[in-house]
Write a protein that binds this ligand. Structure first.
Ligand SMILES: Cc1cc2nc3c(=O)[nH]c(=O)nc-3n(C[C@H](O)[C@H](O)[C@H](O)COP(=O)(O)O)c2cc1C
Length: 205
Protein backbone atom coordinates (compact mmCIF):
# COMPACT_ATOMS: atom_id res chain seq x y z
CA UNK A 1 0.00 0.00 0.00
CA UNK A 2 1.23 3.50 -0.80
CA UNK A 3 -0.30 6.67 0.53
CA UNK A 4 0.45 10.23 -0.63
CA UNK A 5 0.16 12.36 2.48
CA UNK A 6 -1.28 15.31 0.55
CA UNK A 7 -4.30 13.18 -0.37
CA UNK A 8 -5.17 12.45 3.24
CA UNK A 9 -7.17 14.59 5.67
CA UNK A 10 -5.25 16.06 8.64
CA UNK A 11 -7.00 13.58 10.94
CA UNK A 12 -5.98 10.62 8.73
CA UNK A 13 -2.39 11.90 8.66
CA UNK A 14 -2.41 12.25 12.42
CA UNK A 15 -3.61 8.65 12.89
CA UNK A 16 -1.07 7.29 10.42
CA UNK A 17 1.95 9.21 11.71
CA UNK A 18 1.26 8.80 15.40
CA UNK A 19 0.40 5.13 14.84
CA UNK A 20 3.74 4.37 13.15
CA UNK A 21 6.19 6.56 15.05
CA UNK A 22 5.87 4.88 18.43
CA UNK A 23 6.59 5.23 21.22
CA UNK A 24 6.97 8.99 21.46
CA UNK A 25 8.44 10.63 24.56
CA UNK A 26 6.23 13.04 26.48
CA UNK A 27 7.11 16.63 27.39
CA UNK A 28 5.00 17.49 30.41
CA UNK A 29 5.22 21.26 30.09
CA UNK A 30 4.68 23.53 33.08
CA UNK A 31 4.14 27.28 32.80
CA UNK A 32 2.35 30.13 34.57
CA UNK A 33 -0.44 32.17 32.97
CA UNK A 34 -0.43 35.98 32.73
CA UNK A 35 -2.81 35.88 35.70
CA UNK A 36 -0.38 33.81 37.80
CA UNK A 37 -2.13 30.42 37.51
CA UNK A 38 0.12 27.33 37.30
CA UNK A 39 -0.51 25.36 34.12
CA UNK A 40 0.72 21.99 32.92
CA UNK A 41 -0.07 19.70 29.97
CA UNK A 42 1.55 16.82 28.06
CA UNK A 43 2.96 17.12 24.51
CA UNK A 44 4.22 14.10 22.59
CA UNK A 45 5.27 15.83 19.38
CA UNK A 46 8.51 16.10 21.31
CA UNK A 47 12.13 15.06 21.39
CA UNK A 48 15.66 16.26 22.13
CA UNK A 49 17.33 17.20 18.86
CA UNK A 50 20.83 18.50 19.72
CA UNK A 51 23.38 18.53 22.54
CA UNK A 52 25.50 21.55 21.61
CA UNK A 53 23.59 23.73 22.12
CA UNK A 54 21.26 21.44 24.07
CA UNK A 55 17.97 21.70 22.20
CA UNK A 56 14.56 20.09 22.37
CA UNK A 57 11.53 20.54 20.12
CA UNK A 58 7.81 20.58 20.85
CA UNK A 59 4.98 20.76 18.29
CA UNK A 60 1.79 22.64 19.20
CA UNK A 61 -1.55 22.32 17.45
CA UNK A 62 -4.62 24.48 18.11
CA UNK A 63 -7.08 23.99 20.97
CA UNK A 64 -10.55 22.62 20.20
CA UNK A 65 -11.93 26.10 19.40
CA UNK A 66 -8.96 26.91 17.12
CA UNK A 67 -7.20 29.04 19.73
CA UNK A 68 -3.54 28.68 20.82
CA UNK A 69 -3.07 26.31 23.75
CA UNK A 70 -2.39 27.91 27.13
CA UNK A 71 1.12 26.41 27.31
CA UNK A 72 2.04 27.97 23.96
CA UNK A 73 0.57 31.36 24.96
CA UNK A 74 2.65 31.32 28.16
CA UNK A 75 5.80 30.31 26.26
CA UNK A 76 5.29 33.07 23.67
CA UNK A 77 4.68 35.66 26.40
CA UNK A 78 7.71 34.81 28.53
CA UNK A 79 10.17 33.05 26.21
CA UNK A 80 10.58 30.35 28.87
CA UNK A 81 9.07 27.04 29.97
CA UNK A 82 9.78 23.84 31.89
CA UNK A 83 9.70 20.33 30.38
CA UNK A 84 9.10 17.65 33.01
CA UNK A 85 9.58 14.00 32.05
CA UNK A 86 6.95 11.37 32.85
CA UNK A 87 7.63 8.15 34.72
CA UNK A 88 5.15 5.33 35.42
CA UNK A 89 4.23 6.77 38.83
CA UNK A 90 2.95 9.97 37.20
CA UNK A 91 1.08 8.44 34.24
CA UNK A 92 -2.42 9.12 35.59
CA UNK A 93 -1.67 12.67 36.70
CA UNK A 94 -0.05 13.44 33.33
CA UNK A 95 -3.05 12.10 31.43
CA UNK A 96 -5.48 14.00 33.68
CA UNK A 97 -3.56 17.24 33.13
CA UNK A 98 -4.31 17.06 29.39
CA UNK A 99 -7.93 18.08 30.05
CA UNK A 100 -8.81 21.34 28.34
CA UNK A 101 -9.81 23.54 31.30
CA UNK A 102 -10.28 27.33 31.59
CA UNK A 103 -7.10 29.41 31.77
CA UNK A 104 -7.88 30.63 35.29
CA UNK A 105 -8.05 27.04 36.61
CA UNK A 106 -4.91 25.06 37.36
CA UNK A 107 -4.10 21.57 36.05
CA UNK A 108 -1.82 21.27 39.10
CA UNK A 109 -4.92 21.36 41.34
CA UNK A 110 -6.90 19.15 38.93
CA UNK A 111 -4.24 16.43 38.87
CA UNK A 112 -3.07 16.75 42.51
CA UNK A 113 0.36 18.12 41.61
CA UNK A 114 2.74 20.45 43.45
CA UNK A 115 4.39 23.47 41.82
CA UNK A 116 8.05 23.80 42.84
CA UNK A 117 10.14 26.90 42.06
CA UNK A 118 12.61 26.81 39.19
CA UNK A 119 16.12 28.27 39.28
CA UNK A 120 16.68 29.89 35.87
CA UNK A 121 13.12 30.47 34.61
CA UNK A 122 10.01 32.12 36.03
CA UNK A 123 7.74 29.08 35.56
CA UNK A 124 7.31 26.29 38.13
CA UNK A 125 8.46 22.72 37.68
CA UNK A 126 6.32 19.75 38.72
CA UNK A 127 7.66 18.57 42.11
CA UNK A 128 6.36 15.01 41.55
CA UNK A 129 8.43 14.60 38.34
CA UNK A 130 11.84 12.96 38.77
CA UNK A 131 13.36 15.01 35.96
CA UNK A 132 12.70 18.57 34.82
CA UNK A 133 14.42 20.70 32.20
CA UNK A 134 14.34 24.48 32.56
CA UNK A 135 14.25 25.93 29.03
CA UNK A 136 14.32 29.19 27.16
CA UNK A 137 12.98 29.63 23.63
CA UNK A 138 15.76 29.25 21.06
CA UNK A 139 13.53 29.63 17.95
CA UNK A 140 9.83 29.74 17.22
CA UNK A 141 8.88 28.15 13.92
CA UNK A 142 5.41 28.93 12.59
CA UNK A 143 4.53 26.06 10.28
CA UNK A 144 0.87 27.07 9.76
CA UNK A 145 -1.25 29.86 11.34
CA UNK A 146 -2.53 27.32 13.88
CA UNK A 147 0.58 25.18 14.33
CA UNK A 148 3.93 26.09 15.82
CA UNK A 149 7.18 24.33 16.67
CA UNK A 150 9.14 25.58 19.65
CA UNK A 151 12.86 24.87 19.77
CA UNK A 152 13.93 25.21 23.38
CA UNK A 153 17.43 25.49 24.82
CA UNK A 154 17.79 23.44 28.00
CA UNK A 155 19.45 25.62 30.64
CA UNK A 156 19.25 23.45 33.73
CA UNK A 157 18.36 19.84 34.60
CA UNK A 158 16.71 18.84 37.88
CA UNK A 159 16.88 15.13 38.72
CA UNK A 160 15.80 13.08 41.70
CA UNK A 161 18.84 12.21 43.87
CA UNK A 162 20.55 9.03 42.70
CA UNK A 163 19.28 9.26 39.12
CA UNK A 164 22.54 10.77 37.82
CA UNK A 165 25.99 9.38 38.63
CA UNK A 166 27.68 12.48 40.03
CA UNK A 167 31.10 11.77 38.49
CA UNK A 168 30.27 10.47 35.01
CA UNK A 169 26.93 12.33 34.59
CA UNK A 170 25.50 9.08 33.24
CA UNK A 171 21.82 8.39 33.99
CA UNK A 172 21.25 5.41 36.25
CA UNK A 173 19.06 3.50 33.80
CA UNK A 174 17.91 0.91 36.35
CA UNK A 175 16.23 3.63 38.42
CA UNK A 176 14.56 5.47 35.54
CA UNK A 177 11.10 4.30 34.38
CA UNK A 178 9.81 6.70 31.72
CA UNK A 179 6.63 5.96 29.82
CA UNK A 180 6.03 6.60 26.13
CA UNK A 181 2.92 7.47 24.18
CA UNK A 182 1.70 4.96 21.62
CA UNK A 183 -1.38 6.72 20.22
CA UNK A 184 -4.61 8.20 21.57
CA UNK A 185 -4.95 7.01 25.19
CA UNK A 186 -2.47 4.18 24.83
CA UNK A 187 0.95 4.24 26.48
CA UNK A 188 3.89 1.93 27.06
CA UNK A 189 6.51 1.42 29.74
CA UNK A 190 10.22 1.10 28.90
CA UNK A 191 10.79 -2.07 30.92
CA UNK A 192 11.90 -4.44 28.17
CA UNK A 193 15.48 -3.43 27.49
CA UNK A 194 18.16 -5.43 25.66
CA UNK A 195 21.77 -5.22 24.51
CA UNK A 196 23.19 -5.75 21.07
CA UNK A 197 26.81 -6.91 20.67
CA UNK A 198 29.43 -4.34 21.71
CA UNK A 199 30.74 -2.86 24.92
CA UNK A 200 28.54 -0.90 27.26
CA UNK A 201 30.07 2.45 28.21
CA UNK A 202 32.24 2.36 31.32
CA UNK A 203 31.36 4.34 34.41
CA UNK A 204 33.66 7.23 33.66
CA UNK A 205 32.59 7.73 30.03
C1 LIG B 1 0.06 12.13 25.97
C2 LIG B 1 -0.47 13.36 25.28
C3 LIG B 1 0.31 14.00 24.32
C4 LIG B 1 -0.13 15.17 23.70
N1 LIG B 1 0.66 15.76 22.76
C5 LIG B 1 0.29 16.94 22.19
C6 LIG B 1 1.14 17.58 21.26
O1 LIG B 1 2.25 17.12 20.94
N2 LIG B 1 0.73 18.76 20.72
C7 LIG B 1 -0.47 19.33 21.09
O2 LIG B 1 -0.79 20.42 20.59
N3 LIG B 1 -1.29 18.75 21.98
C8 LIG B 1 -0.94 17.57 22.55
N4 LIG B 1 -1.76 16.96 23.49
C9 LIG B 1 -2.99 17.66 23.91
C10 LIG B 1 -2.71 18.70 25.01
O3 LIG B 1 -2.12 18.10 26.16
C11 LIG B 1 -4.06 19.35 25.43
O4 LIG B 1 -4.58 20.06 24.32
C12 LIG B 1 -3.98 20.26 26.64
O5 LIG B 1 -5.31 20.60 27.07
C13 LIG B 1 -3.23 21.54 26.37
O6 LIG B 1 -3.23 22.28 27.58
P1 LIG B 1 -2.95 23.83 27.65
O7 LIG B 1 -4.05 24.56 26.87
O8 LIG B 1 -3.02 24.13 29.12
O9 LIG B 1 -1.62 24.09 27.04
C14 LIG B 1 -1.39 15.74 24.06
C15 LIG B 1 -2.19 15.08 25.02
C16 LIG B 1 -1.74 13.90 25.61
C17 LIG B 1 -2.61 13.19 26.62
Amino acid sequence: MELALAALTPSERYKLLTGFVIPRPIAWISTTSAGGVSNCAPFSFFNVVADDPPLLIVGFGPGSAGEPKHSLKNIRRTGEFVVNLVEEANANAMHRSSDEIPEDESEFALAGLTAAPSVRVSHPRIAEASVSFECKVYRRIEVHPLRELILGEILLVHARDGLIDVRSKRVNEALYRPIGRLYANRYCTTRQRFNLPGDLPGEAT
